[in-house]
Structures are given as structure tokens and as C-alpha cells.
Design a protein around this ligand. Structure first.
Ligand code: AMP
Ligand code: MG
Length: 422
């Protein structure tokens, strides 16, 4: 599907590139995302962090047999006296992986271990603590329920059941679950390729001495970290000077090899003019002033078949815009049709926050639980968009919606855990 991105966006009702809400920008971007469509078969371990290209169905029941959930004695509840104690004769032992081979008759029971297949003729397990052994016989008290302490065949998964639908992101528990079905290989979408570079005449790369007025390029490192956690293939293109010819070449190279291009810097007022010109020669890119803080300027578009995100230069803005826009977009492109939004929950704010209505703010905070178990979040002192230390110290964003004004200590605020982003 090719769409005229610029036309589609400018035709939208109340489209205002100078005051784009976070939600609206997300929706616009969402409409242009076409997931990768190449499948590959991988050994399950290699599929961690990948998105399933096909449903995974259970080829068997899990567990495969009725088995005991506890160490104890297997018996038939029909043998238990209606009232008072019952004594049964013990005829053998069932181990996990080594069943009791014979049928169990009336008046008999079997010692059974956790995970052992239920012997034929038994329907109930009594834990060993509730039984007394004497001279080859076991005495059971009252109150035994038929079927207790049993795990039934297919209780976890039934044969033929869809265990995971296509589009599911494979996590550690899923690897175990797929292994429990005896499945060795699964079909996943190929890895997404993301090329990125930093722009700026003031940037030095680590290993170089820092001349006056220069800063070390940190954005490529935070981007490396966030992209690696998402499990995409990365193409790190280094630092590109603010020179239209060099930028043009870098963007062309990136578009030729990647599904997604990320740049940082060069989209703020003053620098955006020649970037705009350049990007409009190469593709279709819109420049937004998002109603958010930090992360106001953001460019999005297509260069050839590649999606382009022009992130702001400030190090905190890069991370916030990545987490709020790029992450979801990458998950969609990776084949997840509906990525679960990062959970927001409420915590009591531990300090006063100054905020003007009109922008969504993503303040950095430290979330902890009080002694009474209630969540409390402390905003970090310096919220400057260049202060990367605030991201390192924080464990969450305090999300203050557009209409919200000042927040007083003691009020409830929404938070998003940073660990929820990966
Ligand atoms: P820009 O958006 O290019 O105007 O950059 C805004 C601010 O972010 C400036 O102070 C830049 O020096 C800084 N900055 C831009 N790119 C990087 C980078 N890759 N690493 C660290 N700081 C950067
Ligand atoms: Mg710059």
C-alpha cells in the first residue's frame, strides 16, 4: 500500500503541525506502518524477543496424563468409608517417569510421588501428612474429596488448542511453554533493520579528545541500548556533520539498507529548515511540534520504503520520543499488530511539580512503595531535557496529561515504569 503521506496528513481535520498531541501523532504514524512480511524458521531459543509469524498449536495434551500434584497416596475414593477412618493395603509405588504398572484393586492404594502418572483404578491423592503407615497398610482420616491433588491431562493445554496467536512477542515463559509441547522450531518474522546516526557539528565520538564547545555523542549509545533491548538488527552509522551533502548521502545509504531510519538532532527551529528541504527531496516527511515535554520537535515520514523518525537532539528528548513513539512503531513493524501499551498506574506524588497546561509532560521520577505498601513517586530534581542523569536515576516517567497544571505533593499522578518499556 502506498499512500501519499503528506496529503493524507494535511487533509486530516484540525491538523496542526505546531501543536500535535502525543496521541494524534501516534495514530498518524500507526496508519503508515506496514509490518515486515518475511518469515523464518528458528530454533525456539533463537526466537526469544521475536514475533510469531504463525499460530503455535498444541500437538499434545499438557500434561499428557493425569498425574499427582503432591507426594502421597493414590487411591479410589469409592474405597473410603462414609464416616470414620479407612485402612487400605499399599501395593507399590508410582514415581515421576516410572509409573506403577498394575491396576489398583478394591481396598488397595499406591505410594505416589509428585508428577507420577495416576495408576489405573485411582482417582484421588491424599498427601502423606494426612495418612498413617503401619505394617504395609495406610490409614486415612475423614474429609478426603474425590479428585483432590490431581493434575488432569490437558489441564494446562489441550491438543489442537492455539497456544499463541501469530503476532505474539516471544518471552522467556513462552520458550518454556513451547518446549513443554515438544516443539523445536517456530516461524517468526525476520528481524527489523534499524539504521541510525547522530547529527551535529558539535559532536565528538568517544575516543576523540573533546575540543572547546564540543559534546560527546551520547544519543547513539542510548539508541543502541533501547534498540538492542527491542531485539532489532542495528546499523550504527556514526556522527554526520550538519552538512546537507553528507546528510543526503547518509540518508540515502540508510534508506537503501534499513526498514527504519532514526536520526537525532537537526529538527529543532534553526536547523530544521535545510533538513526539511533535504527530506522532502528524498521522501515525504512531516515536521511536528508535539505538545509534549521534553521532545517537542519530531519528524516522521518515509524515505523510499524506509520509515524515518527525526528525533530531537537533546539526550532526554531522544529517549522520551523513542519510548513514546518509536518503540510502538517498531513493534508494529516487527509484526505485533497491537502492541500492549506500557501500563500506567497511579502513585502519590512526593513533591510539588510546576507545570503549565497544554502539553503532556514525561517527568522523570523514582517510584517506591511506602511501609504501608502504597506507591509513592518522587520527581527528580533537574528535569532539563539535556540532563541525561535524570533518566539514569529514574525508574519511571511521571505522565502529566495535557490539561493538567501544577501538581501539589500528596496528589495522585500517573506513572509508567521504565522497565515496562523493554
Ligand atoms: P539539536 O536538536 O540538534 O539542536 O540539539 C539540541 C541539543 O542536543 C544541543 O545542545 C546538542 O548539542 C545536543 N545534542 C544533539 N545531538 C546530540 C548527541 N548525539 N549527543 C549528545 N547531545 C546531543
Ligand atoms: Mg544539532
Amino acid at each position: 500500500m502506498t499512500q501519499d503521506l503528506l496529503r493524507a496528513i494535511s487533509c486530516a481535520d484540525d491538523y496542526d503541525p505546531d501543536s500535535m498531541s502525543v496521541e494524534k501523532a501516534r495514530r498518524f504514524i500507526r496508519d503508515f506502518l506496514e509490518p515486515v512480511r518475511t518469515r523464518e524458521s528458528l530454533a525456539i531459543r533463537a526466537a526469544l524477543g521475536r514475533v510469531l509469524a504463525e499460530d503455535v498449536r498444541s500437538p499434545c495434551n499438557v500434561p499428557n496424563h493425569d498425574n499427582s500434584a503432591m507426594d502421597g497416596y493414590a487411591l479410589n475414593a469409592d474405597d473410603l468409608a462414609a464416616s470414620g477412618a479407612t485402612t487400605l493395603h499399599i501395593v507399590g509405588t508410582a514415581f515421576a517417569g516410572k509409573a506403577f504398572a498394575d491396576a489398583v484393586g478394591a481396598g488397595e492404594c499406591v505410594r505416589i510421588m509428585t508428577g507420577a502418572v495416576m495408576p489405573q483404578g485411582c482417582d484421588t491423592v491424599v498427601i502423606q501428612e494426612h495418612a498413617q503407615f503401619k505394617d504395609g497398610n495406610i490409614t486415612f482420616g475423614e474429609g478426603v474429596r474425590r479428585g483432590q491433588n490431581l493434575r488432569y491431562a490437558g489441564e494446562d493445554l489441550k491438543r489442537g488448542q492455539t497456544v499463541f496467536a501469530a503476532g505474539h512477542l516471544v518471552r522467556p515463559a513462552d520458550l518454556g511453554l513451547i518446549a513443554s509441547l515438544g516443539i523445536a522450531e517456530i516461524k517468526v518474522w525476520r528481524k527489523l533493520r534499524v539504521a541510525f546516526f547522530s547529527t551535529g557539528d558539535e559532536l565528538a565520538s568517544i575516543g576523540e579528545p573533546l575540543a572547546e564547545g564540543q559534546v560527546y555523542d551520547s544519543n547513539r549509545y542510548t539508541l543502541y541500548g533501547m534498540l538492542t533491548r527491542l531485539g532489532v538488527e542495528i546499523v550504527d552509522m556514526g556522527v554526520v556533520r550538519d552538512d546537507p551533502a553528507l546528510l543526503e548521502q547518509a540518508l540515502k545509504d540508510a534508506a537503501a539498507c534499513a526498514d527504519v531510519i532514526l536520526t537525532s538532532g537537526g529538527v529543532s527551529v534553526g536547523e530544521a529548515d535545510y533538513m526539511k528541504q533535504l527530506l522532502n527531496q528524498l521522501g515525504q516527511v512531516v515536521f511536528w511540534k508535539i505538545a509534549m515535554k521534553p521532545g517537542r520537535p519530531l519528524a516522521y515520514g518515509k524515505i523510499g520504503n524506509a520509515h524515518y523518525f527525526g528525533l530531537p537532539g537533546n539526550p532526554v528528548s531522544v529517549m522520551v520520543t523513542f519510548y513514546q513513539f518509536v518503540r510502538d512503531a517498531l513493534l508494529v513493524l516487527m509484526g505485533q499488530p497491537d502492541p500492549a501499551p506500557v501500563q500506567q498506574f497511579q502513585a502519590m506524588c512526593g513533591g510539588n511539580i510546576k507545570k503549565a497546561p497544554g502539553r503532556t509532560e514525561f517527568q522523570r521520577g523514582i517510584l517506591s512503595a511506602n511501609s504501608d505498601g502504597k506507591l509513592k513517586v518522587e520527581p527528580i530534581g533537574n528535569q532539563g531535557s539535556g540532563v541525561l542523569r535524570s533518566m539514569s536515576e529514574a525508574n519511571c516517567f511521571i505522565v502529566l496529561p495535557e490539561p493538567c497544571g501544577n501538581v501539589a505533593a500528596g496528589e495522585m499522578v500517573n506513572v509508567q515504569l521504565l522497565s515496562g518499556f523493554v
